[in-house]
Design a protein around this ligand. Structure first.
Ligand code: 2RA
Length: 332
C-alpha cells in the first residue's frame, strides 16, 4: 500500500528537502508528482529513484493524489490548497496562508499531533522559528505550565531561500578576496552582520515573523492567553535557526526537572553541559532530524522562570520535515 504524493514548489529549497526526506524516511510513496511554476514546467528531476517531469501547478493538477505538500507563496497556497482538498487530497501547507484559520489545524506532531486528525482537507505547517522554539517550550510547558514567554531568534539565511544562501556564500568569498560586497536579498549586508528584521514591519513595530511566533505559539500550544513577545534576527548562519527563550511558569521549576522533561520529549535532544562547552549550535544541526535544547538555567528575572536555548534545522523541523511528519502521523 502506498500513497500518491504531490509536491507544489518542487524546485525551491524546501521542495528539494521534501523530495530528499520522502526518500530518506521511506515514506510509502506509490506515485510522486512534482509541481512548480509554468517557468519550471517540463524540467526533469531525479526523485525517489526515477526521473520525474515537473508539471505546472494548477487548480486541476491534483486528481488522484492522497497528500500534497505545499511550499509556495501564500497567494498560490490560498488558490491551490482548496483545489487539492476538493480533489480528495490532504494539503499540508508550509505558507502562512491558513495558519491562523480556525478551520485549519496548525500542527507540530510531537506537540499537538491529534489536531491534524480534525483536518478538513488542509493542514497548516508552522513558521520555522515557531516550530523550533516550541520544541523547547512545549516540554517545559507540559512540566510546569507556561505563563509568559520572551524569545529572541537567530535565524539562518535558508529561511529566505536558496538565493539568500548563495548571497551569504558570495559575500563571504568577496570579503575574503577584498572585493566589493553585493547584496540583493536583504536591505543590508548579511555577512558579518545581524539584521533585526525578518519579514515586514507591522504597525505595532513588530515584524510579521515576530507576530507569527507569538500567534502560532498560542494556537499550537492551546494557550490563547499566553503572554509572549519576541525579536527575530537574521544572522549569517546557513540553515539552522537558534532561539533564546526566557519563560515564566505557573508552577515552581527546577533545572533537573526541566532537563528531564526535555530529555524525554520526542524530537528533541538535551545538549547541556556548559562545563565542557557543550550546548546546541546551528552548525551541528544542519541536516539533523531532532532539535537541540541547552543552556537551561533558573531565570533570575522571574519567579518560576527558566532560560534556555533551542536550535533546529530551518529546512527540516522548521519546514519540510515537520510537514512530512504530519503526513506520517496521519498514516500510522
Ligand atoms: C524565515 N521564517 O526564516 C522564515 C522562513 N519561513 O525567513
Amino acid at each position: 500500500m502506498g500513497y500518491k504524493v504531490g509536491i507544489v514548489g518542487a524546485t525551491g529549497a524546501v521542495g528539494q528537502e521534501f523530495i530528499k526526506l520522502l526518500s530518506d524516511r521511506n515514506f510509502p510513496v506509490s506515485e510522486l508528482k512534482l509541481f512548480a511554476s509554468a517557468r519550471s514546467a517540463g524540467k526533469q528531476v531525479e526523485a525517489l529513484g526515477t526521473t520525474i517531469t515537473i508539471e505546472e501547478a494548477t487548480e486541476t493538477c491534483f486528481d488522484g493524489l492522497d497528500y500534497v505538500l505545499f511550499s509556495a507563496n501564500g497567494s498560490l497556497s490560498k488558490a491551490l490548497c482548496p483545489a487539492a482538498a476538493k480533489a480528495g487530497a490532504v494539503a499540508i501547507d508550509n505558507s502562512s496562508a491558513f495558519r491562523m484559520d480556525p478551520e485549519v489545524p496548525l500542527v507540530v506532531p510531537e506537540i499537538n499531533g491529534e489536531a491534524a486528525r480534525a483536518h478538513k482537507g488542509i493542514i497548516a505547517n508552522p513558521n520555522c522559528s515557531t516550530a523550533i522554539s516550541l520544541m523547547g517550550a512545549a516540554p517545559l510547558h507540559k512540566a510546569f505550565g507556561l505563563k509568559r514567554m520572551f524569545a529572541s531568534t537567530y535565524q539562518a539565511v535558508s529561511g529566505s531561500g536558496a538565493e539568500a544562501m548563495k548571497e551569504l556564500e558570495d559575500q563571504l568569498k568577496a570579503w575574503s578576496a577584498g572585493e566589493p560586497i553585493e547584496k540583493s536579498v536583504y536591505p543590508h549586508q548579511i555577512a558579518f552582520n545581524a539584521l533585526p528584521h525578518v519579514d515586514v514591519f507591522q504597525d505595532n513595530g513588530y515584524t510579521k515573523e515576530e507576530m507569527k511566533l507569538v500567534n502560532e505559539s498560542r494556537k499550537i500550544m492551546g494557550l490563547p492567553d499566553l503572554v509572549a513577545s519576541c525579536t527575530c534576527v537574521r544572522v549569517p548562519v546557513m540553515r539552522s535557526h537558534s532561539i533564546s527563550i526566557n519563560a515564566e511558569f505557573e508552577r515552581p521549576v527546577s533545572v533537573e526537572e526541566a532537563r528531564a522533561a526535555i530529555a524525554e520529549f520526542p524530537g528533541v535532544d538535551l545538549i547541556d553541559e556548559p562545563s565542557s562547552n557543550t550546548y546546541p549550535m546551528p552548525l551541528d544541526f544542519a541536516g539533523r532530524v531532532n532539535c537541540g535544547v541547552g543552556r537551561i538555567r533558573q531565570d533570575i528575572g522571574f519567579d518560576n522562570g527558566l532560560a534556555f536555548w533551542v536550535v533546529g534545522d530551518q529546512l527540516w523541523k522548521g519546514a519540510a520535515l515537520n510537514a512530512i511528519q504530519i503526513a506520517e502521523y496521519l498514516i500510522k
